[in-house]
Design a protein around this ligand. Structure first.
Ligand code: 5GP
Ligand code: ZN
Length: 135
């Protein structure tokens, strides 16, 4: 694992996160600066820079996890839809260089903003708990 990779450290449990799902190949945890309630990052456990460079098996595992947790996010958060986002490379806005996919649940009739908002740890913990309860 690269010494300075933030998400490798989260996966290893060296940095705390609000994890909502984990399996052999992937982890899903809440984004610390969500653009919507329940904004989730799905990552492969194996390090790669971004989805276009990941081992296809890891990329497929990420997709499988997304399909598994999407209905749970929708039910837990009463979301009607979901933006799915992947930034590959600095020029595309990638900031953390460990493969991840953004899942941004949306409730019909609410603003579809992509602005990152600062929320309290308590709020993130409550959202994660709500999601895990439906997993
Ligand atoms: P990118 O722009 O690389 O696609 O997105 C990286 C995401 O990681 C951003 O949405 C940012 O809010 C999130 N992020 C940055 N640092 C942390 C952290 O320490 N913990 C968590 N859970 N998310 C983070
Ligand atoms: Zn990494």
């Amino acid at each position: 694992m690269p010494v300075d990779c933030l998400f490798c450290k989260i996966i290893a449990g060296e940095i705390p996160s609000h994890t909502i799902y984990e399996d052999e190949k992937t982890v899903a945890f809440l984004d610390i600066l969500p653009v919507s309630v329940g904004h989730t990052l799905v990552v492969p456990k194996a390090h790669s820079e971004n989805l276009l460079e990941a081992d296809p098996e890891d990329a497929n595992a990420v997709l499988a996890t997304m399909q598994k947790i999407a209905p749970v996010l929708r039910v837990a958060l009463e979301a009607d839809g979901m933006n799915v986002g992947i930034n590959c490379g600095e020029a595309a806005g990638q900031v953390v260089f460990h493969t991840h996919v953004h899942m941004m649940p949306r409730v019909a009739g609410t603003p579809r903003s992509f602005e990152h908002k600062s929320v309290s740890q308590e709020e993130l913990a409550a959202t994660a708990e709500k999601i895990r309860a439906k997993m």
